[in-house]
Design a binder for this molecule. Structure first.
Ligand code: GSH
Length: 216
């Protein structure tokens, strides 16, 4: 049994729920009162995860406190093709995007917590850093399209796409618009139309009837 300590509105928790759903892996969800209870900061919870963050995954003796490590675990368990093509270059690129997803969380993710849950912080700086990261993602996805690929690494979706997707898709909650980023919006449509895609509040499955806009 794979237990996930989870909060329904958390982008990092959703990342793991989404990966599990795409792989057809069942998770035993344990809801944590992140807001307003701040149960993730309690002494009891910190015994599980000293960092006091969500998500936490527990499988027998294994306790994982980093969502990207959880993606690796799930993919290795149930769909190793999601780890990427496996060449030295592709493996390194996947790691690069997993780390990059941390920058998305530290900018777009915190801007969202600021606007939704009244976290303190320099909102303008968070949004500026969010745009810097989005510009980088936009340019990488544009290059992928020039190479004829739809995904961040190789020709199929990988944990790299799933790691980056949630905070990007929720960016408007933190006051960061995706209007200037057409390649990102097309990539988001592709993620949202994957088989077995699951939703969270604020991110819906692709069910627009209109076809995708023509690509330049
Ligand atoms: N590195 C962790 C960080 C996850 C993270 O920042 N989670 C947020 C919720 S989305 C959190 O628990 N923040 C603690 C807080 O805001 O008090 C991961 O990716 O799993």
């Amino acid at each position: 049994m794979i237990r996930l300590h989870d909060y329904v509105l958390s982008a990092s928790c959703y990342k793991v729920r989404l990966m599990a759903a795409l792989l057809g892996v069942r998770l035993d969800l344990e809801a944590v009162d992140f807001h307003p209870g701040r149960a993730h900061k309690s002494l009891a919870f910190r015994q599980l995860n000293p960092a006091g963050t969500l998500p936490v995954m527990v499988v027998d003796d294994l306790v994982l406190t980093e969502s990207t490590a959880m993606l690796v675990y799930l993919a290795r368990l149930a769909g190793p093709e999601w780890l990427g093509p496996g060449t030295p270059q592709a493996s390194a690129q996947v790691q690069q995007w997993l780390a990059f997803s941390g920058r998305l969380a530290a900018s777009l993710g915190l801007a969202r917590l600021h606007d939704m849950l009244l976290y303190t912080g320099d909102i303008e700086a968070l949004r500026r850093d969010g745009h810097l990261a989005l510009r980088e993602l936009e340019s990488a996805l544009t290059e992928c399209r020039f190479a004829g690929h739809d995904w961040l690494v190789g020709t199929a979706p990988t944990i790299a796409d799933i790691a980056c997707f949630p905070n990007v898709a929720l960016s408007q909650d933190g006051g960061v618009t995706l209007d200037p980023y057409p390649a990102i919006r097309l990539w988001s449509r592709r993620v949202r139309s994957l088989d077995r895609f699951v939703e969270m509040p604020g991110i819906h499955r692709l069910h627009e009837l209109r076809p995708a806009p023509a690509e330049a």
